[in-house]
Design a protein around this ligand. Structure first.
Ligand code: GDP
Ligand code: MG
Length: 595
């Protein structure tokens, strides 16, 4: 019965206790004891190891209240801004959200960002202060924050310890009272939205869906995207949290459907499913992909078959639709993909996932933001790939992307943070003082944010400051093209666009990294960095010397000379034609250069 369904997500800044709370709610509803160390929500090995949630996870639970059985469908979400698309999609399956706030940290940037997304979707939001078991916490000051910033009344705020379980039953009861059951009509034609998907080699494509209207049964035929795709539902399952097969999904319910399709090259997420019988069908999309902030090129290593690489990447994207891919070809690296990501952590996690889930070792080029370039013919180009940067003399203007950045921090760190933002070429837009913390608004170039902004911020504020950012505009700044020549050959993949202020530091670090990561060859290697038609840095890597005269016992000096002369000639030839082999993760090392 629809009126007993409650769909809700748990949202918060990273580490505020979402997964711990989810686990506790599961424990209460299933009445099973779960070991404190056991991670039942974060199911990927990578999540367990790193202790962070990367994917949203749903659980279908039951709770008896006033002699009625309620169906509580919970979605645990990731807290890191790089995975915000997961949160956004999860919220589309819900009527409510638990906004968790760590009592030791208070409201942080991602708390706010997620709060506004949930509010925009008109969800019932329940603010909860977590970790009240910690003795030194001052819940009063957190209450004030929630009242000041989020505009809640004191009586609307809940308190809990996800660790000990205190206060959680009261929250569950409040979920039942406050969060509305899903709207929609069971007797209307089928309409369901695809929230998530993944690919399984044995069973095919699996969709996580919410039924908006109607219902769905095993063996039903469904269609997506204007008849483009018609699938048969092989089976339906729920997660409780173990997989339980079921025959039907009713209006308002969320669950998983398995279709025997091996199609991997189509993005289904955000689209609406209808019944095959439905004649008046228009292509409907509820939400689109998020625009990536940074781009890198990815190439398979160790002679991996390109077809396998492409298929693996497509399968991964079925599960992470915030990655954008486009095939490309590089003279140096062969066939690969240009890929857009939401942030550096997102790239690192993807690299790890490709290795673990698909046994794919990949090479990643340094990240770039998208530049808006006007050429001499007044044509506008959006360029994120250094290899595609036009020649200097063809460029009229280069604009770089700027983000609006919200930083929340306690008063005492404000000085340090302002000077850091200035260093990062930030322009202050607002400074709002609350009782014991400050909200700073800055316009900062995205290229400065993707190079260790978050780490520095954490470091100078002892972990108390947090930030989030969204793209705002393109702006003309002093951007230059920096090129790298190895043995007088331009390495296009290492070309970057860089602001004047950062040239010196970047080129020093770059040349050091290159020097340390290029093995000695049998000939000398010259590395040069060129900016504005000038060589601004140059370095030599001396050849290793093979002892060609070791086998020469005694004998005439002229024989030794002859051998050495032959070696010298050979080296000259090698220098001209020999290829400098670049170490396989040299590009990944360069990612971290500006640190
Ligand atoms: P998430 O990133 O929001 O999912 O946070 P986690 O659930 O992974 O929790 C982050 C850390 O906070 C973990 O070390 C938890 O053990 C700890 N934690 C979560 N809830 C509580 C709580 O109520 N009390 C205490 N003392 N620690 C908690
Ligand atoms: Mg988590």
């Amino acid at each position: 019965m629809q009126k007993y369904i409650r769909n809700f997500s748990i949202i918060a800044h990273i580490d505020h206790g979402k997964s711990t709370l989810s686990k506790k709610i599961i424990q209460i509803c299933t009445k099973k004891k779960i070991n404190n160390k056991e991670s039942i929500i974060d199911s990927m090995d990578l999540e367990k190891e790193k202790g962070i949630t990367i994917k949203s996870h749903s659980v279908n639970l039951k709770f008896k209240y006033k002699k009625k059985i309620y169906h509580l469908n919970l979605i645990d979400t990731p807290g890191h801004t790089d995975f915000s698309f997961e949160v956004f999609r999860s919220l589309h399956a819900c009527e409510g959200a638990l906004l968790l706030i760590d009592a030791t940290k208070g409201i942080q940037a991602q708390t706010l960002a997620n709060f506004y997304v949930a509010k925009k979707l008109n969800l019932e939001i329940i603010p909860i202060i977590n970790k009240i078991d910690i003795s030194y916490v001052n819940t009063k000051s957190i209450e004030t924050q929630i009242i000041d910033i989020l505009k809640y009344k004191k009586k609307q705020i809940f308190y809990c310890s996800a660790k000990t379980g205190k206060g959680i039953k009261k929250i569950i009861k409040n979920i039942i009272h406050k969060i509305k059951p899903p709207v929609g009509y069971i007797n209307k034609p089928l309409q369901a939205i695809i929230i998530d998907s993944y690919f399984n080699n044995y069973i095919g494509t699996v969709f996580f869906i919410k039924i908006i209207n109607g219902f769905l049964k095993k063996n039903n035929k469904i269609k997506i995207s204007n008849n483009k795709h018609i699938f048969n539902i092989e089976y339906i399952f729920l997660k409780k949290p173990k997989k339980i097969i079921t025959d039907i999904l009713l209006c308002g319910e969320i669950g998983w459907i398995v279709c025997k399709t091996k199609k991997t090259n189509y993005r289904f997420i955000g689209e609406i499913i209808t019944s095959n019988k439905n004649k008046e069908f228009k292509k409907q999309i509820k939400f689109k992909q998020q625009t990536p902030q940074i781009y890198v090129s990815i190439y398979p290593l160790n002679n991996t078959n390109f077809y396998y690489f492409k298929k693996s990447l497509e399968k991964l994207i079925l599960n992470d639709p915030s990655i954008q891919i486009k095939p490309e070809q590089s003279t140096l690296l062969g066939y690969g993909f240009r890929c857009g990501f939401l942030g550096l952590l997102h790239i690192e996690i993807t690299k790890e996932r490709l290795l673990r889930e698909y046994n794919l070792d990949i090479l990643i080029t340094p990240p770039n933001v998208v530049y808006k370039i006007k050429n001499k013919k007044n044509k506008i180009l959006y360029i994120s790939n250094p290899e595609k940067i036009p020649n200097k003399h063809e460029i009229k203007k280069i604009k770089e992307p700027i983000a609006i950045c919200n930083i929340i921090c306690p008063h005492q760190y404000i000085g340090k943070i302002i000077s850091m933002c200035n260093q990062k070429r930030g322009i202050q837009k607002d400074l709002i003082f609350f009782k014991n913390y400050v909200l700073l608004k800055y316009e900062i170039p995205i290229s400065e944010i993707i190079t260790n902004f978050s780490d520095t911020l954490k470091c100078i504020s002892n972990g108390y400051a947090s930030f989030n950012y969204v793209f705002l505009k393109f702006k003309t700044t002093n951007i230059f093209i920096l090129e790298v020549l190895i043995n007088y050959k331009k390495i296009k993949q290492l070309t970057t666009l860089i602001h004047q202020n950062n040239i010196k530091k970047y080129s020093e670090n770059l040349i050091k990294t290159l020097k340390n990561n290029i093995n000695k060859h049998q000939f000398n290697i010259v590395i040069q960095i060129v900016c504005n038609n000038k060589i601004i840095k140059s370095i030599n890597i001396k050849s290793f010397r093979k002892n060609v005269i070791s086998k020469c016992y005694g004998g005439d000096v002229s024989r030794k000379k002859k051998l050495l002369y032959k070696q010298k000639k050979g080296k000259q030839k090698m220098k001209k034609f020999g290829n400098v082999s670049l170490n396989k993760d040299i590009f990944f090392k360069i990612i971290k250069l500006n640190k």
